[in-house]
Design a protein around this ligand. Structure first.
Ligand code: GLN
Length: 547
C-alpha cells in the first residue's frame, strides 16, 4: 500500500492546538493498527529552534538522534508512543540551507535557483523521504503558521503539488479553524472559517475535512452552513471543543468521527480503534485517588511551554501513582533565605528545572539546599542536577564558592565544567552534547531501583558536565554517582544515600515519557513525593507563586 499523506493546515488564528489535533488523530490511527508518523513543517528561518529563547518558542524538544526540534514533536511522541527524528521537523531555514548548499556544489547545473521549483521541491522531498523511510501507512504533515501568512505560501504550494504527485487518493487535506462566539450577538460566527477556506483554496489546496475549534458546541444548522459555504460534507465538519485535558482530545475527536472520516476518505480498511489503555489513563487523570503538590523551580515559570515535557511527564508519573500532581511554579530568581519557607514550605517534592545562563541560579542552589536539609524529595534535571552538585560541593564537601564555570569562569572549585571537546566550539546552533547516550546504573541506587535495569539510554542537551577532576572529592564527601556514560566516563546521575529521594540527572528524562510508557524516574519521584506528602502538606503556607 502506498504511503498516504494527511496535510493539516490552520487558519484564522494561531494557538488553535493544531499539534494536539495532529497527535490525537495520530493516536486514533495508531489505535486502528496503522503505522503512523507526524511531521512538522515550520515556516521560520531559524535552521532549528535550538538557538531560540524559551519565551519565544517554548521548550526545545530533542530527539534520540540529537535534533533540536519543535515542541509539537513531544506531543507526537507522547500520544503515538513513537520515536521521531530530525526528519520529523523541517523549517524554512533548513530548506534554504540545503538548497543553498546544493547550489554551491553545483547541483542545479547552471539553473536560476527559485522558490518554485527548487524550494517547493526540497519541501516535498523532505515529506516524501520521511514517508518512505519508515514504510509508513500514513504521514500526518502539520504545516505550521496560519493560512495567508507570506512565509506559509511555499509550503501550501508544495503540498498542492504533492497531492498531484502522490495521487489525490493518497492525500487528504484537513483545515483547522476557529468558530468564534460573539456574546453580543449570541451567535457562533462562521465567516472567519469561510474566509480561511477561501484563502486556502486560492492557493490550490481545498480542505476535505474541517476541524472547527469553538467554545460552544456546533449544532446541525451551523455545521450545515459551514459545509455549504466551505464545500465539504456535513459529516466532515468536526467540532473541537475545549477539553479539560489535552489527553481527552483523541476521545473527543473519535466521538466526532474524525478518524472514521479519514479512513473512509483514504479508502483504508482497519479495525475499530483499540483505546482501552488510553481511556483508563484519562480516567486516572480525571479521577485521581490522591493529590500531591510539587514545586517546579525555574526561571521561565511565567511561560509554562518552556517546561512542556516536564509538565507532561509529571502528569504521566502522577497517573502511574493514581495521583494528580499539582505544580507550584516557583521563580528561582525570587528565592532567597528569607522567603524560601514561604515558597517551598508546603510542597511535597521539589523539581529544579533545566536552564542556561546565570539568571536565577543562586535561587536554584537554595532550593536544592532546602530539599536536601528538609528531606524533601528532590529531582534535578540538567542544570537542576548541576545545581545539586554545586550546592553539595559548597555546603557538604566544604568547597567554598564552588560553581559551574558557566557562571563563574575562574571559580576555585569548578565542579561543573566544559568538556574538552566543547572548549573550542564557537557556533551556538546544534553544537551541544545532543541526543541519546548510554548510561550504566550502579546497583542498589535509587536510580537503578527506579529503572529496574542496569543500563539505559537518555537524551541530552547541554555543554557542561560534572568535572571528573573533582569527582573523587565529591564522592568521598558522600555524593553517590549512580549513573555513568560508559564510553566517556561522564557522570550522568548523582544522588544522596541518606535522603528519602534525591536524584539529579544530567540528561532529560522528560523527553522520553509517554502516556503508555511513563518515565520510571518520574514515577519514582512522584511516589516519593506522595510518601512525603502527609508530613509536608499539613500546614498550608500563606502566600505563594502557585497558580
Ligand atoms: N546550561 C547547562 C549546560 O549547558 C545546562 C543545560 C540544561 O539544563 N539543558 O550544561
Amino acid at each position: 500500500m502506498p504511503t498516504k499523506y494527511i496535510l493539516v493546515t490552520g487558519g484564522v488564528t494561531s494557538s488553535l492546538g493544531k499539534g494536539i489535533i495532529c497527535a490525537s488523530l495520530g493516536r486514533l490511527l495508531v489505535a486502528r493498527g496503522l503505522n503512523v508518523t507526524v511531521q512538522k513543517l515550520d515556516p521560520y528561518i531559524n535552521v532549528d529552534p535550538g538557538t531560540m529563547n524559551p519565551y519565544e518558542h517554548g521548550e526545545v524538544y530533542v530527539t534520540d538522534d540529537g535534533a533540536e526540534t519543535d515542541l509539537d514533536l513531544g506531543h507526537y511522541e507522547r500520544f503515538l508512543d513513537i520515536k521521531t527524528s530530525q526528519q520529523n521537523n523541517v523549517t524554512t531555514g533548513r530548506i534554504y540551507y540545503d538548497v543553498i548548499t546544493k547550489e554551491r556544489r553545483g547541483v542545479y547545473l547552471g539553473k536560476t535557483v527559485q522558490v518554485i521549483p527548487h524550494i517547493t521541491d526540497e519541501i516535498k522531498s523532505h515529506v516524501i523521504n520521511l514517508g518512505e523511510s519508515g514504510n509508513y501507512d500514513i504521514v500526518i504533515v502539520e504545516i505550521g503558521g496560519t493560512v495567508g501568512d507570506i512565509e506559509s505560501l511555499p509550503y501550501i504550494e508544495a503540498m498542492r503539488q504533492l497531492k498531484y504527485e502522490v495521487g489525490r487518493e493518497n492525500t487528504l487535506s484537513i483545515h483547522l479553524t476557529l468558530v468564534p462566539y460573539l456574546a453580543a450577538a449570541r451567535e457562533l460566527k462562521t465567516k472567519p472559517t469561510q474566509h480561511s477556506v477561501k484563502t486556502l483554496s486560492e492557493s490550490g489546496l481545498s480542505p476535505d475535512i474541517l476541524v472547527c475549534r469553538s467554545e460552544h458546541s456546533l449544532d446541525t444548522s451551523i455545521r450545515g452552513k459551514i459545509a455549504q459555504f466551505c464545500n465539504v460534507d456535513i459529516e466532515d465538519v468536526i467540532a473541537s471543543l475545549d477539553a479539560e485535558s489535552i489527553y481527552e482530545v483523541p476521545l473527543l475527536m473519535q466521538k466526532e468521527g474524525l478518524d472514521k472520516r479519514v479512513i473512509q476518505k483514504l479508502n483504508l480498511t482497519t479495525s475499530e480503534p483499540d483505546l482501552e489503555r488510553w481511556i483508563s489513563f484519562v480516567d486516572k487523570i480525571k479521577y485521581p485517588s490522591a493529590n500531591v503538590k510539587i514545586a517546579l523551580v525555574g526561571k521561565y515559570v511565567e511561560h509554562h511551554d518552556s517546561y512542556k515535557s516536564i509538565v507532561e511527564a509529571l502528569i504521566h508519573g502522577g497517573a502511574a501513582n493514581d495521583a494528580k500532581v499539582n505544580i507550584k511554579w516557583v521563580q528561582s530568581e525570587t528565592l532567597n533565605a528569607q522567603n524560601i519557607e514561604k515558597y517551598l514550605g508546603d510542597v511535597s517534592g521539589i523539581l529544579v528545572a533545566p536552564g542556561f545562563g546565570d539568571r536565577g541560579v543562586e535561587g536554584k542552589f537554595r532550593a536544592v539546599k532546602y530539599a536536601r536539609e528538609n528531606e524533601i524529595p528532590f529531582f534535578g534535571i540538567c542544570l537542576g542536577m548541576q545545581s545539586a552538585v554545586v550546592e553539595f560541593a559548597r555546603n557538604v564537601a566544604g568547597m567554598e564558592g564552588a560553581n559551574s564555570t558557566e557562571f563563574v569562569k575562574d571559580t576555585e572549585f569548578p565542579v561543573i565544567d566544559l568538556m574538552l571537546e566543547q572548549k573550542n566550539v564557537k557556533d551556538k546552533g546544534g553544537t551541544m552534547r545532543l541526543g541519546k547516550y548510554a548510561c550504566s546504573l550502579k546497583k542498589g541506587t535509587k536510580a537503578a531501583l527506579a529503572y529496574g535495569i542496569d543500563s539505559v539510554d537518555e537524551r541530552h542537551r547541554h555543554r557542561y558536565e560534572l568535572n571528573n577532576a573533582l569527582r573523587e572529592d565529591l564522592q568521598s564527601a558522600g555524593l553517590v554517582v549512580s549513573g555513568v556514560n560508559p564510553e566517556k566516563d561522564l557522570v550522568e546521575i548523582v544522588e544522596l544515600a541518606d535522603h528519602p529521594w534525591f536524584v539529579g540527572v544530567q540528561f532529560h528524562p522528560e523527553l522520553r515519557s509517554t502516556v503508555y510508557n511513563p518515565h520510571p524516574l518520574f514515577i519514582s519521584f512522584v511516589a516519593a513525593s506522595i510518601a512525603a506528602r502527609a508530613k509536608r502538606e499539613e500546614e498550608p503556607v500563606a502566600e505563594s507563586t502557585a497558580e
